[in-house]
Design a protein around this ligand. Structure first.
Ligand SMILES: *Cc1c(COP(=O)(O)O)cnc(C)c1O
Length: 416
């Protein structure tokens, strides 16, 4: 093992400590696979024991450009040698560059930088409430959200997602969210009241099972917002930065939001998030109304600027769409081969999923895929997600489909 990505001496996973195994010292909030990765390259990751896995989970749609992309390494190391952090008490050059670029590329006029998807969603919620407040409607503070949604693990974003399992044991859920059925425009219309400030929605529910919002549903939400003076907030934390084949998923629909949360793919693996807004929607966000110590720090900005530069290069997204089509064809073949296991193909672009038959568990497919050295990610609604890097090669894409097919054959043997 060599190179800077190697696990260093003194960081031996599972080593004994005076209090037990070092892996038990990590708080047990995750059901993790028993594998430790030491380095990655392109669409592949290599374990400390030398096995290699094809990464079609991309760190949950984060490693948009695969692992160890030379240009991202160059951007990060160059920045690391000059300046890491100054705080937001001062102007940050990389923020101005990236905000300028993101506003050129999108509906937005203003960008706030943070460190994660949940923070981006929290920021979006605050912007929406604050907008109504300065517009003379302090009573409008509630947000309409959708069943099956996932907006993060902070107390407010948990309430926004409404997943009972995630809320259990954490006291009363934060107030201010009205949950309705995903895709049900009439239910949304009925839920709008005097206190409604905004509607917040994922164009594709990622964690919820790669569930695509019909275009006419999103267009209908835009119309309802316009009719009622509400803000349309899109959570593109998972769908953004080219994941669906457009830079942002809303571009497929031909509408624009007022506010948008992004994160995951933005840093290509470096933690960074952002909230984008129109000047109108952001007009309440004056000095002191929001902030973050780390948000938009020079290291994060150096990588995010490079990610955006690469993803917006001419032809890049065309290639993503070509790969997405090949993946879809591959998944369709798998569905045909395993009609007793696969109920439906889900998603768009390279945010895809297989909805499984009720007698098959996503965890079983993830496990069988691991046995074929393929990484996948489970999701809600009995779905397993297939999320290759946006720049996956044709050979790796074909290889991944083969591995997935073999994994389902393994699962089939265990189903009676
Ligand atoms: C992952 C995700 C989040 C939360 O992001 P974190 O970085 O885990 O806080 C929010 N919204 C969507 C749509 C996501 O996929």
């Amino acid at each position: 093992m060599s190179g800077s990505n190697a696990v260093q001496a003194g960081q031996i996973p599972g080593a004994a400590t005076s209090k037990g195994k070092s892996q038990d010292a990590v708080m047990g909030t995750y059901g993790r696979q028993d594998v430790v990765f030491a380095r990655g390259e392109g669409s592949w990751v290599y374990t400390t024991s030398g096995d290699k896995y094809l990464d079609f989970g991309s760190g949950v749609a984060v490693n948009a450009l695969g692992h160890a992309h030379p240009r991202l390494i160059a951007a990060l190391t160059a920045q690391a040698q000059s300046l890491w952090h100054t705080s937001n008490l001062y102007r940050v050059a990389g923020q101005e560059t990236l905000a300028g670029r993101l506003t050129e590329l999108t509906f937005a006029d203003r960008v706030f930088f943070c460190n994660s998807g949940a923070e981006a969603c929290e920021g979006a919620i605050k912007i929406a409430r604050r907008y109504q407040f300065v517009a003379g409607h302090p009573e409008r503070w509630r947000i309409i959200t959708f069943r099956g949604a996932f907006h993060g693990r902070t107390l407010a974003t948990l309430a926004a997602g409404g997943n009972e399992k995630y809320l259990e044991g954490f006291g009363h859920a934060a107030d201010g969210f009205d949950l309705v059925a995903f895709g049900d425009l009439d239910a949304v219309a009925a839920a709008i009241g005097d206190e409604t400030a905004a509607i917040m929605v994922e164009p594709i529910q990622g964690e919820g099972g790669a569930r695509l919002a019909p275009p006419e549903f999103l267009a209908g939400l835009r119309e309802l917002c316009d009719q009622h003076g509400l803000l349309l907030v899109l959570d593109e934390v998972q769908t953004g930065i080219g994941r669906t084949g457009k830079l942002f998923a809303y571009e497929w629909v031909g509408i624009t939001p007022d506010v948008m949360a992004i994160a995951k793919g933005l840093g290509g693996g470096f933690p960074v998030g952002a909230v984008l807004a129109t000047a109108e929607a952001a007009k309440g966000m004056t000095p002191g109304t929001h902030g973050s110590t780390f948000g938009g720090n020079p290291l994060a900005m150096s990588v995010a600027n490079e990610v955006v530069a690469i993803v917006t290069e001419p032809g890049f997204l065309d290639e993503v769409n070509a790969r997405a089509l090949r993946l879809k064809q591959g998944l369709a073949r798998i569905k045909d081969t395993h009609p007793d296991l696969v109920e439906d193909l889900r998603g768009a672009g390279l945010l895809t999923g297989l909805k499984l038959k009720p007698n098959v568990q996503p965890a079983d497919v993830v496990k069988a895929a691991s046995a074929e050295n393929l990484l996948l990610v489970g999701a809600g609604d009995n779905t397993v997600r297939v999320l290759p890097p946006l720049n996956v090669t044709d050979a790796d894409l074909a290889d991944g489909v083969e591995r997935l097919s073999r994994a389902l054959t393994r699962v089939a043997k265990t189903i009676t």
